[in-house]
Write a protein that binds this ligand. Sequence first.
Ligand code: ZN
Length: 311
Amino acid sequence: MINARDEEILSPPKFPPAPLHVADQIKIVRDFCAELTPANIEETGCSVCGQLVLVKDLLPLSQQKVDLSLLVNHNLARKERTSSADPIEYEEGPILDETCGDTVCKSCLKSLKAKKRPTFSLSNKLWLGEVPEVLQDLSFAEKLLLSKVRHNRCVVRVAKSGRAKMTSNCIMFEAPMAKVYHALPPSREDMKEVLAFIFIGSSEPTDDDISRSPMLVRRERVSKALDWLKLNHADYTELEISRENLDSYPLAGVPVKVDMRYPGNKDAPTQRDPLEQSMHEVDEDVDQGTRVGKCPFVVRGLTGAQYENLI
Ligand SMILES: [Zn+2]
């Protein structure tokens, strides 16, 4: 008896194989186009878990026979307060993301039908609420000033080429001891210990350069963000907002001393990203980054053990 393997040895397939038949080519192209129709790639959020799901996999929540009381979680979805006189109130009904519309994904629906709260539902302590305008579009340095716990120290490097293109990166080092702030923003002395700023360019950074860099600190933005957090974030309720520290920061500027490096200097670090360079690369005429808008920013982390091995 001859099995398939013996048959292959007796009459091996021809090489190179014959070109694909036209009918097969047409089928492949048709299948490819069918896979790329909007119905197959369009995504929207599930109102129960907030995750992006293919539209074809979503069902209308209002038409399902499920008990929405499973999605009620008291003391979770806090209502926004605008003044300290406002009472602290929570949403009463099921916790859903209204912006997603009347939708539920198959996974959430399966749990609801089994009378269980879905693991990844917003009501399962994953609710965050909408990010208010005062916390949107903050720079890296501004976020550092709002952070209650400090785990890292960091060096931020911003490079500007002769053609006004800017790029930036940051290296984080793990601090030996995490620091918890009871008053924010931290004093400028504290910031000097945890943040360093290197600017590489042919001249000192202009106001425009600073406004495009991740080191921009706008005092008014920090103040408004802290006020909002104190009113609305449970972990910031006891926080003291230090107006004295706040006033020591510039209206719009850099919170720490600028360490200038000139590209002509042999010791100055290159403007190129070291991870994108080969060991023997010469990069004198290469410049990266953008001329308008915020400059690209990359953050990398280094843990204590890695840092020790480097020294
Ligand atoms: Zn879902």
